[in-house]
Design a binder for this molecule. Structure first.
Ligand code: NAD
Length: 479
């Protein structure tokens, strides 16, 4: 079944869908057709946002929160149907998609409840009969630009804190996942979000995305995607004085020490490396093993990879779906092919893909400067390298332009704490996969993974979408 996806502007579904999106597991199926928006479509969306924002900001925060809470309930009730479309559009497995849609619903509930919470401080004043307090003010119209790999959870963790804070938003979903995006917007529309508070413009980054970034009416841009595009967005938007939040690529490493529970370490790396088809910014793509564990670890990881044999995400028992697109497959396969040509050894995988299905691949005989070890692959490919000890492992982990997440598998609490302190990343996982985040904990990276200014998720997410005002309230006694 093909669904036409229009833009959502000023509370109306508008525009003529033209761009087809096919099911990566079944290329004969056209899943959706979406509008290819132009700069003037974006201008109209910014104008609609600007018109709607003052009244939305004036609404009592609990009224704003209630809309988000209801949207969370609605999305939760529809989760199975929305997840089915997400699987057909993006390719992840049904269990992964259902988890993601439920996460988006929970994020709406979490930030909806924020409507009832205090957001400022009351401070003592040095001046008699004076009260000092702070208010969080919305920025106005904000832009959100999101990738295809978490097509509903990432929009939720940007848009929910933006909206509950009293902003209006213009959102450009990834061009590969417009149908999933429409489900999110519909949940808010049907929960009473006033027209114009959220506007969705579909289309290419080079057209619609650029137009949002360049529009002077957009006070802030929250972007998640590749480092290449993110740095360009930063340069363009900050030049005109906009606030920018970037979450970008990763090259996430796990250290396995001799004393680790090898079975659990393998589970963590397989889940982090092959789960979500390796298409997560937090995916495990490098593993550093100390000498006493390396051989056992590689043998068991390659045995465990059999459980991730790729297939249609809708089929029972399939734990790994296809790569999202032909272009992405070519990129991933290019890394494997280059490593093969350079004489690398492989413990498993490295087989020619069938359709968009690529077997989980573990590469071992490569040096630290090989592209498959240094660059973001964004597929089910894990490189395992030897290191002498914990110190060498920390150096190896930090020898990267990226700094999103890193993990360590050990039973030694002191080693784990030492690693947590010295790893130059935004998130450290001990004995857990590098993927998987709690929605109430701050998330973000350092170096080329993030702007490293404002964090996403948790209450920290509110900082990006607000500015702080300080009020001195004098109340002189009558007389
Ligand atoms: P991408 O950079 O190609 O696209 C991301 C978004 O930016 C899309 O909506 C795209 O249309 C838009 N875009 C593209 N060119 C643009 C331009 N010139 N101006 C404005 N917008 C533009 O990334 P992708 O392939 O969709 O996603 C994969 C990447 O996202 C990976 O690098 C991954 O690591 C990263 N990612 C990061 C996080 C994180 O939180 N750090 C989370 C998920 C994905």
């Amino acid at each position: 079944m093909t669904t036409d996806v229009q833009n959502f502007v000023g509370g109306e579904w508008t525009g003529t869908p033209s761009t087809e999106r096919r099911n990566p597991a079944d290329p004969d199926e056209v899943v959706s057709r979406a509008v290819a928006s132009s700069a003037s479509d974006v201008d109209a969306a910014v104008a609609a946002s600007a018109a709607a924002q003052p009244a939305w900001a004036d609404a009592p925060p609990p009224a704003r929160g209630r809309v988000l809470l209801e949207a969370g309930e609605l999305l939760g009730r529809r989760a199975a149907a929305v997840a089915e479309d997400l699987v057909r559009e993006e390719g992840k497995t049904r269990a992964e998609a259902l988890g993601e849609v439920r996460r988006a619903a929970d994020i709406l509930r979490y930030f909806g409840a924020q409507g009832w919470r205090s957001t400022g401080d009351v401070l003592p004043s040095a001046v008699p009969d004076t009260m000092v307090y702070t208010r969080r003010e919305p920025l106005g119209v904000v832009g959100a630009i999101t990738p295809w790999n978490f097509p509903i959870a990432i929009p939720a963790w940007k848009l929910a804190p933006a909206l509950v804070s009293g902003n209006a938003a213009v959102w450009k979903p990834a061009e590969l996942t417009p149908l999933t995006a429409a489900h999110f917007a519909r949940a808010l529309e049907e929960s009473g979000l006033p027209p114009g508070v959220l506007n969705v413009v579909n289309g290419l980054g080079s057209e619609a995305g650029e137009a949002i970034v360049a529009n002077d009416g957009v006070a802030a841009i929250s972007f998640t995607g590749s480092t290449r595009v993110g740095l360009h967005v930063y340069e363009t938007a900050t030049r005109r004085g906009a606030r920018v939040q970037l979450e970008m690529g990763g090259k996430n490493a796990v250290v396995v020490l001799d004393d680790a529970d090898v079975g659990r370490a393998v589970e963590a790396v397989a889940a982090g490396g092959f789960g979500l088809t390796g298409q997560a910014c937090t995916a495990t793509s490098r593993v550093f093993c100390t000498p006493g564990v390396a051989e056992r670890f590689v043998a068991r990881l390659s045995a465990a990879s059999a459980a991730f044999s790729p297939g249609d995400g809708r089929a029972d028992g399939v734990r790994m779906g296809p790569i999202v697109s032909e272009a992405q497959l070519q990129k991933v396969w290019g890394f494997v092919d280059a490593a093969m040509s350079a004489g690398a050894t492989f413990a498993c995988g490295a087989e020619e893909p069938e359709g968009l299905f690529l077997k989980p691949t573990v590469v071992t005989g490569v040096g630290p400067s090989a592209p498959i070890v240094r660059d973001e692959v964004f597929g089910p490919v894990v490189a395992v390298l030897p290191v002498a000890d914990l110190d060498a492992a920390v150096d190896a982990v930090n020898d990267s332009r990226y700094g999103l997440t890193a993990g360590i598998c050990t039973r030694d609490l002191a080693a784990a704490q030492d690693f947590a302190a010295r790893a130059r990343v935004g998130v450290v996982k001990v004995n857990r996969p590098t993927t998987g985040l709690d929605l109430n904990a701050p998330f973000g990276g350092v170096k080329d993974s993030s702007t490293n200014t404002f964090r996403e998720q948790g209450m920290a997410a509110l900082d990006f979408f607000t500015w702080s005002k300080t009020v001195y309230l004098g109340h002189d006694p009558a007389g």
